[in-house]
Design a protein around this ligand. Structure first.
Ligand code: C5P
Length: 408
């Protein structure tokens, strides 16, 4: 089901009785992970209301080619570019004929001409119309141009006839759409990433924290989502935009991050702990602002829980990946940390070098696991994240199901 995850599907609905099935189709496409925007022909609005399809898609429905309001928002060329797939279901004989002629006399046909995305049509019409030589010639022409065609099915028709021309069931159309996309390496897996610093409150206005920007963790969440994973990002306070299709949960303190991470157990296949969690927190956070007075002041700190070690020790442990930021003997310290915390993989960083790390957009690292390693020379955090995701996917496939509930 994951192949439509993160995909933008532009659903064209044309004017046939089967237009009522597009309501279920929208639900199924969204269930499969797609974002759906609907374009209706005028004929389609005679069979089903735009309001129904708007409510089901959660997006405004587009009807007019020349619509000043729409052009100010998402205009027709932007819509054509936005789509990863244009799916027309039901596609009437008239629509197929106009498509075959390359017409651009309404919004949907114009989009079909303008889009660089693949085009999939699901014909639906009376069996006589489907069998007619003109329709057959149009279908052949469209297929020769690379248009994908799914269906129609055979059976009893709304008009009382029996034969080919029924719109395929929504599930079959969704399967045809999925078949047009290659599977992502983390398709359908659930990934949780921690990112950023934590803040440990001293009083209502002061805290202890660190310089983590969150960039590496956000890049990993983005790469995981792009690889098809259902991705949750548990982030400390950072000034970064949420990557597309990532579910972001904001936390402040280490204890909050711990509680949020542990609440994911049972719904998480892969956990990547990239956050720079504060090791200690003030023994007491004062309710009122601390007043200055004395020349010196003593703070009592207590250890924070180790989030990733708790995740790795959990009875429903996911495949667990940690980070080790070191300044010397990087690989040795990292391997020890992987063993101490019972991790499946660790990303070893040399934070002593000044061209990588904390606030930089670049990073270099060595990925270590029980019986192997991969050195990633200095590159962008985005590229490092993609290599990490690919490596995790490879390890996951090799040990699939084995690490569940078992310590590595
Ligand atoms: O022990 P150290 O802080 O060097 O370990 C780093 C790794 O452990 C990182 O993956 C970090 O996200 C994780 N960690 C954690 N909870 C802590 C401290 C570190 O999850 N309290």
């Amino acid at each position: 089901m994951g192949r439509l995850y993160n995909r933008n599907v532009l659903l064209g609905v044309t004017g046939g009785i089967a237009a009522y099935k597009s309501a279920q189709l929208i639900r199924d496409l969204r269930e499969a992970g797609a974002t759906v925007r609907v374009v209706m022909t005028h004929g389609a609005t005679e069979f089903i209301t735009p309001l129904t399809l708007q409510a089901l898609s959660g997006q405004p429905v587009h009807l007019e080619l020349l619509d000043a309001e729409a052009e100010a928002g998402m205009g027709h060329i932007e819509l054509a570019r936005w789509a990863d797939l244009v799916l027309v279901a039901p596609a009437t004989a008239d629509f197929l004929s106009r498509l075959a002629q390359g017409r651009a006399d309404d919004l949907l046909t114009t989009l079909c001409l303008a889009t660089p995305a693949p085009l999939l049509v699901a014909p639906a019409m009376n069996q006589g119309m489907w069998r007619d030589a003109a329709t057959g010639a149009n279908i052949e022409l469209l297929a020769s141009r690379g248009v994908h065609i799914t269906g129609p099915s055979e059976g009893s028709q709304a008009c009382g006839d029996v034969g080919p021309g029924r719109l395929q069931e929504p599930a079959e159309i969704v399967a045809a759409a999925q078949g047009l996309f290659a599977a992502g390496v983390l398709d359908g897996l659930r990934v949780t990433v921690t990112a950023g610093p934590t803040r440990e409150a001293l009083d209502p206005v002061r805290y202890i924290s660190n310089h983590s920007s969150g960039k590496m963790g956000f890049a990993i969440a983005r790469a995981a989502a792009e690889a098809g994973a259902l991705t949750t990002l548990i982030s400390g306070p950072v000034a970064l935009e949420t990557p597309e299709s990532v579910n972001r949960i904001e936390v402040t303190s280490a204890v909050e991050m711990y509680d949020t991470a542990l609440a994911q157990m049972g719904q998480c296949d892969i956990f990547v702990g990239c956050a720079a969690v504060a090791d200690y927190r003030p023994a007491q956070s004062q309710l009122q602002k601390i007043k200055k007075g004395q020349e010196t002041m003593q703070l009592e700190l207590v250890r924070n829980p180790d989030i990733i070690a708790a995740v790795a020790a959990h009875s429903q442990r996911p495949f667990t990946v940690g980070f080790a930021a070191e300044t010397q003997d990087v690989l040795e310290y990292a391997r020890n940390k992987m063993q101490d915390k019972q991790l499946d993989m660790i990303v070893a960083n040399d934070v002593a070098r000044d061209d990588a790390g904390f606030n930089s957009d670049q990073n270099a690292a060595t990925l270590l696991w029980a019986d192997g390693c991969l050195e990633v020379p200095l590159t962008t955090k985005g590229e490092l994240a993609r290599q990490l995701v690919d490596t995790i996917a490879g390890r996951w496939r090799q040990g699939k199901g084995k690490h569940k509930g078992k310590v590595a």
